[in-house]
Design a protein around this ligand. Sequence first.
Ligand SMILES: [Zn+2]
Length: 74
Amino acid sequence: MPRKITPSVLPGNKWCHGCRQALPVEAFTVDKSKADGIAHECRGCAAKKRRGRREVNHAMAETYARLSVLGFAR
Ligand SMILES: [Zn+2]
């Protein structure tokens, strides 16, 4: 089995899986579902992801609106 690559992170820092760099834990949001109680991504990446998701939903809503106008969506 291939070994999991764990980047060296200084104490008080955490590896962000989003921007792939070590950042101070203060830069991360709290996630109680995680073992260490800290989210895997920093606030910046989390915000970016949320924005992206909203754009996708908006595009989907637009597509549905167009389809319903054409009588495809019920
Ligand atoms: Zn990040």
